[in-house]
Design a protein around this ligand. Structure first.
Ligand code: SF4
Length: 463
């Protein structure tokens, strides 16, 4: 049981709330596992899948080792292409830059395609508080935006919502029929609603999946074509990217595009892989390169390679903890295993619970297309957080006691004997869920009559 300060976000407590709705927890679990299985099928269709993963990992390793050079090369090419390039040290600066561009053009309405970076910087709230009407155009993002919730998954933002709940949200905001939950009807309604937003927006914001240093161009991957639609209709395009999105050459794109969609949703490729190299005639194109803690992570020897992440979501889909606890329980823009590595870098105190939200089963590491050693990093973060004093005192003390017992054979034997005796004499105490949090969701096993050591000494050791 967690005894973290109640003002501190707590994954365990938030998960317990999610699990109160067992039916939701079950289909959430099954829906994500279905996607994981689709990923396995499409990955197996490529004989050189493991070579692709290795290549992607090595390309990204090279990028991280030479990030400064690649960024300068990329900026130079982008400027030559006529793109206006901006640099932001953090989320606040990113938001100010975007607002300045918006205000300079007198824009009141804008459309935005899915961008986890803008979520990370809380751009929507910032722009709304400055009187700007922002419309998210990815269907899943629009659903959570209308529901006034953050996305719960980086690829499937509204995966936690039932179709009936989506029907109710659309009824309230888009005027669809009360009680309607047919996905085709709801999708068509969203399409009509968004079409009007596209046609009346003056400015389009997109994220960036890959930025090519060699050409100064950007690639944005969507399944709905909403990034293209927004950019092609608006007079101004702002692309926002984290500095780690660089790849060195256009020829590397094939490696990542083959891995991304297969890992994300089990598709051979995203429906739209849109290339933006320069503003079209009469349009202005801006690019905001954002650090927001990435340089700090790059300087952490155990964690820097988390910056290889291409945000496919495969580690999230496969994670047994994520599937049973829901994305919002992670209280971080990016949920799941990769989020639990990135979040403590941003704020150790606030996110100290997240690296513990894992069974360390390693399934995340097995599926990661860029071979990030995710579960090792989660384990490593736990040690850093304990050393830095960011775990509850009771937990730190408990671990100290356990370390003493496990490192002292005599003490270990006495503790084992006392434990077995207590479980036999006072089973109610051992199974008391208030006194023994371990038993909260588990049945205590029947205690053995003797320890393995005693049995071995009796039966196997040389007399
Ligand atoms: S850590 Fe790997 S599996 Fe997880 S989202 Fe990033 S690239 Fe995908």
């Amino acid at each position: 049981m967690s005894n973290r300060n109640t003002t501190t976000p707590d994954h365990a407590a938030a998960s317990a709330k999610f699990l109160l709705d067992q039916e939701r927890a079950n289909w959430h679990d099954q829906a994500l596992w279905f996607i994981r299985q689709k990923r396995d099928v499409t990955a197996r269709q490529i004989p050189d899948w493991e070579q692709l993963r290795n290549a992607a990992s090595q390309i990204k390793q090279n990028v991280l080792a030479n990030l400064d050079d690649y960024l300068i090369q990329f900026e130079k090419k982008a400027l030559e292409n006529g793109i206006k390039v901006h640099w932001a040290a953090d989320g606040a600066e990113h938001n100010r830059i975007v607002l300045d561009i918006i205000q300079k053009h007198g824009v009141q309405k804008l459309v935005k395609s899915k961008s986890m970076l803008t979520e990370e910087c809380h751009l929507n709230d910032f722009l709304t508080s400055n009187g700007i009407d922002v419309v998210d155009t990815d269907l899943g993002e629009r659903i959570v935006q209308l529901a006034k919730e953050p996305p719960s998954h980086i690829v499937l933002p509204s995966i936690h919502k039932r179709k009936e709940e989506v029907g109710e949200i659309f009824h309230q905001h888009l005027g669809t029929e009360k009680g309607a939950s047919d996905p085709a009807y709801l999708t068509e309604s969203a399409r009509q609603h968004l079409r009007e937003k596209f046609l009346t927006a003056d400015l389009a914001i997109t994220g960036v999946n890959f930025a090519i240093a060699e050409t100064g161009g950007l690639v944005v991957c969507t399944n709905e074509g909403n990034a293209d639609m927004g950019v092609h209709l608006a007079k101004v395009h702002i692309a926002c990217m984290g500095i780690e999105k660089i790849i060195p050459k256009a020829e590397h794109l094939g490696v990542f595009l083959r891995l991304l969609a297969r890992s994300a949703t089990g598709q051979p490729i995203t429906t739209y892989s849109s290339h933006f190299h320069k503003p079209r005639a009469g349009q202005e194109m801006h690019l905001v390169l954002v650090d927001n803690g990435r340089s700090t992570q790059l300087g952490r020897p155990h964690f820097y390679n988390s910056l290889k992440c291409i945000r496919c979501g495969a580690c999230i889909n496969t994670c047994p903890v994520y599937r049973r606890s829901g994305g919002h329980s992670y209280h971080n823009t990016i949920a799941g295993p990769i989020g639990a590595i990135l979040a403590p870098n941003a704020d150790m105190r606030k996110n100290a619970d997240l690296p513990f939200a894992s069974t360390l089963c390693g399934s995340c590491t097995n599926v990661c297309p860029v071979k990030i050693d995710i579960h090792n990093q989660l384990y490593q973060w736990r040690q850093v957080l304990v050393q830095e004093g960011h775990v509850p005192k009771s937990k730190a003390q408990g671990m100290k006691v356990m370390a003493n017992v496990l490192s002292n054979p005599r003490l270990y034997r006495v503790a084992g004997k006392s434990g077995r005796l207590m479980m036999r004499m006072m089973p109610g105490l051992a199974n008391n869920k208030a006194l023994n949090p371990w038993a909260k969701q588990r049945e205590m096993p029947q205690p053995p009559k003797e320890s393995f050591r005693d049995w071995y000494l009796k039966n196997r050791s040389e007399k």
